[in-house]
Write a protein that binds this ligand. Structure first.
Ligand code: UD1
Ligand code: UDP
Length: 392
């Protein structure tokens, strides 16, 4: 008997998270053909450029989406509504046992909302993260998605605590970080291309700073964004250049003449996952407002300077490996100088052992399927009893 699941993705970091889960599903199906999980993938089309989308499916061997909604750009309301309408139609047709949504984008919220109204159980990967800043569109998406989710798959203990503090304790699982699964799986491949990647950009290991900026709170704040660019321009030199992987949202601000990046910064288009891994592991320090990159910097033991006032990944801020500097030019420059003397000790304080996606599969099977259990009488196949969520 199949367990039918629909995964909903749409933006760059979701492809990476979904890759880990899809691979775990494929591994489960190879090992236990009796109880396969049949996954259908819906790509909302929120991100659509080749280097924001299809390149990740290719590199991370994600199955081709079964549906591509091609919703593209738009205001939050418009984008979310378009997705909602189209996802609803798919869920009615597919009638899955559950859907999986990832992270905190508009694609996440639309998927969750469509499923909730159809009484289809929702599993949320990266549940419980909070910045406590409701002006962030992502915070609104997270809070609402968690509210309607049935299975809340938390990456950290802090995330579990956040949910408990909001009165959500049922269906909460601490599974660790699926992005760490991905990093572990692909680190060797990234290592194999690191020389080529650095040479192509005329970079030497540990002699450049890597930067990314895309968060709406930064790109929509003209002065703040200009301050970030001024700092990056000031830090960047021939010996220690700043390489900025430019997100299309930020590119747009430059094209519109809202900000001027300065001549010292080496701007490159978004790069595929393996190239990004190679650039991260060889950077002297990373400056970013990305959620995923803060964690990758930590796992690669590269000092990170976060261009925000708060972070959802509080463990790494507390550890001293990551500092919050906001958009203040002076503070950014100072933080880069101080990054040279970061602590030499390292302890992985983030949760996860590279097998989080496998654990997620197990939870899905226990909740929606039939599982094999070893009992005193031997191996028995039983219908899962743990789930209060089964579709009647
Ligand atoms: C979205 C998520 C954010 C996540 C980020 C990952 C929301 C509210 N935001 O932000 O949480 O961190 O993705 O990268 O869901 N564009 C292109 N090509 C593309 C994609 C986008 O040119 O392939 C341009 C469009 O002009 C678009 C703008 O980038 O209007 C912003 O894209 P959008 O998906 O709305 O938000 P992101 O900033 O990417
Ligand atoms: N990333 C990438 N190429 C780039 C920039 C980022 O592959 O040019 C990867 C990065 O390594 C991380 C993920 O994209 O795995 C983070 O996505 P993003 O910063 O867009 O979103 P966020 O994590 O902030 O939601």
């Amino acid at each position: 008997m199949n367990i039918d699941i629909v995964s909903i993705v749409g933006a760059r970091p979701q492809f990476i998270k979904a890759a880990a889960v899809s691979q775990a599903i494929a591994e489960h199906n190879r090992k236990s053909s009796d109880y396969p999980i049949a996954e259908k993938i819906v790509h909302t089309g929120q991100h659509y450029d080749r280097f924001m989308s299809s390149v990740f499916f290719e590199q991370l061997e994600i199955p081709k989406p079964d549906y591509n909604l091609r919703v593209g750009n738009g205001s939050h309301g418009k984008q979310t509504a378009r997705m909602l309408e189209k996802i609803e139609r798919i869920l009615v047709t597919e009638a899955p046992a559950c859907i999986i949504v990832y992270g905190d984008t508009n694609s996440t919220l639309s998927g969750a909302l469509a499923a909730a109204k159809l009484h289809i159980p929702i599993a949320h990967v990266e549940a419980g993260l909070r910045s406590f800043n409701r002006r962030m569109p992502e915070e609104v998406n997270r809070v609402l998605t968690d509210r309607v989710s049935d299975i809340l798959l938390c990456p950290t203990e802090t995330a579990v605590e956040n949910l408990v503090n909001e009165g959500i304790s049922e269906g909460v699982y601490l599974v660790g970080d699926v992005m760490y699964d991905c990093l572990r799986r692909y680190a060797k491949k990234a290592k194999a291309i690191e020389q080529k990647t650095l040479e192509k950009l005329h970079l030497r290991s540990k002699s450049y700073y890597l930067a990314t900026v895309h968060r709406a709170e930064n790109t929509d704040n003209r002065n703040g964004l200009q301050d970030i660019f001024d700092a990056l321009n000031q830090i960047s030199s021939t010996e220690r250049p700043v390489v900025l992987s430019l997100h299309p949202r930020t590119r747009q601000k430059i094209t519109e003449g809202k900000v001027v990046p300065g001549d010292n910064i080496r701007i490159i288009p978004p790069v595929p996952y393996l190239e990004m891994m190679a650039l991260e592991m060889n950077a002297r320090a990373i400056l970013t407002d990305s959620g995923g990159i803060q964690k990758e910097a930590y796992w690669f033991k590269v000092p990170c300077i976060t261009l925000r006032n708060e972070s959802e990944w509080t463990e790494i801020i507390d550890s001293g490996w990551n500092v919050l500097v906001g958009t203040n030019c002076k503070r950014i420059v100072q933080a880069v100088e101080q990054a040279e003397s970061r602590p030499t000790w390292y302890e992985n304080l983030l949760h996860g052992n590279g097998h989080s996606a496998k654990q997620i599969c197990r939870i899905l099977l226990e909740s929606f399927g039939t599982i094999k259990k070893v009992t005193a009488e031997g191996e028995k196949t039983i219908q899962a009893e743990t789930s209060p969520l089964r579709n009647e």
